[in-house]
Design a protein around this ligand. Structure first.
Ligand code: PBG
Ligand code: ZN
Length: 322
């Protein structure tokens, strides 16, 4: 026997040398839920360790995070007035716009602020677009999403991230942003977003569950892999700067496929239920939380993700697990 793979596994030093995948603190984005009011830090039962913040408490929490290197955040608005046409989503004083302004004022270029652009937390029915004749209407929804993106850009958002899955929204947002002078605001597209039960805890956090029906007429069918390539390619052609795959853990094959078909940076979203499953099993003492979390993070990177959006980001950096 002259081939013995174990030779390179013998000591820690050699294992470090031949490691194929390395994580960096720069690859993580930390999501935040921001709500109206002041002095609020509300825990979210379905997501242990994650909270809803009002703008003032958000600033304080972000300041703590920055100290350990959490310098990219993704903001979700919660608790705005809901309407049929989601008009509060693009109000100049929406909670997200307000949060962006305050964060940029406090932290400037030390903090990179990304906003989620979607209507589900702003519509009475909880769908990601506007409804007519019992159907989520595509093009009218894109128009509203574009206004929402512009509102965020004007407030100072460094990047916008549409998560609605309407057709043509990247082109719609891109041209609307460009026409209004925001040609330099990048778009991270939730390009490949599956209709998934893994979003359950998030919908409690964001109060964004659809009142009736599901999201299957716009989010992807999890039986489809080739269609993922198509979605990513379309968004790239429409001008996306980064393409995202979501969820992440059960979709590592998709991350790999998308990585191989685009030269754009690829992000993955380690979603709420993926987080909750790990946290609950760990707090019950049934698994080693740190080791499972870090194994998952390496799996995302090994599959081809350059960027990982994860609720674990704060803990990973705070505990210096990298
Ligand atoms: C809104 C949105 C969702 C998530 C991110 N943006 C929920 C959904 O589409 O139902 C899910 C994030 C998570 O589960 O952590 N469109
Ligand atoms: Zn939505």
């Amino acid at each position: 026997m002259n081939i013995r793979p174990r030779r390179l596994r013998k000591q820690p030093i050699i294992r470090e040398m031949v490691a194929e995948t390395r994580l960096s603190k720069d690859m993580f984005i930390y999501p935040y839920f921001v709500t109206k009011g002041s002095g609020l830090i509300q825990s979210i039962e379905a997501m242990p360790g994650i909270h809803r913040f009002s703008v003032d408490t958000l600033i304080k929490d972000v300041e703590q995070g920055l100290k350990v290197g959490v310098n990219k955040v993704l903001l979700f608005g919660v608790g705005e007035e809901k309407s049929e046409d989601a008009s509060s989503a693009h109000h100049d004083h929406s909670v997200v716009a307000e949060a962006v302004r305050q964060l940029k004022k406090q932290f400037g270029s030390d903090l990179y602020v990304i906003t989620d652009v979607c209507l589900c937390a702003y519509t009475t029915h909880g769908h990601c677009g506007v409804i007519e004749n019992d159907y989520v209407q595509n093009d009218p929804s894109v128009d509203i999403l574009a206004k929402m993106a512009l509102t965020h850009a004007r407030a100072g958002a460094d990047m916008v991230a549409p998560s609605d899955m309407m057709d043509g929204r990247i082109a719609g947002l891109r041209s609307y942003l460009d026409d209004n002078g925001y040609q330099d605001t990048p778009i991270m597209s939730y390009a490949v977003k599956f209709a998934s039960a893994y979003y359950g805890p998030f919908r409690e956090a964001a109060d964004s569950a659809p009142g009736k029906g599901d999201r299957k007429s716009y989010q992807m069918d999890f039986r489809n892999g080739r269609e993922a390539i198509r979605e990513a390619a379309l968004d790239e052609m429409e001008g996306a700067d980064i393409v995202m795959v979501k969820p992440a853990l059960a979709y590592l094959d998709i991350i790999r496929d998308v990585r191989q078909q685009t030269e754009l940076p690829v992000a993955c979203y380690n979603v709420s239920a993926e987080y909750t499953m790990v946290k609950l099993a760990a707090s019950a003492g049934l698994i080693d939380g740190q080791r499972i979390i870090m194994e998952n993070m390496h799996a995302f990177a090994r599959a081809g993700a350059d960027i990982v959006i994860t609720y674990h980001a704060r803990e990973i950096l705070e505990q210096q697990w990298l």
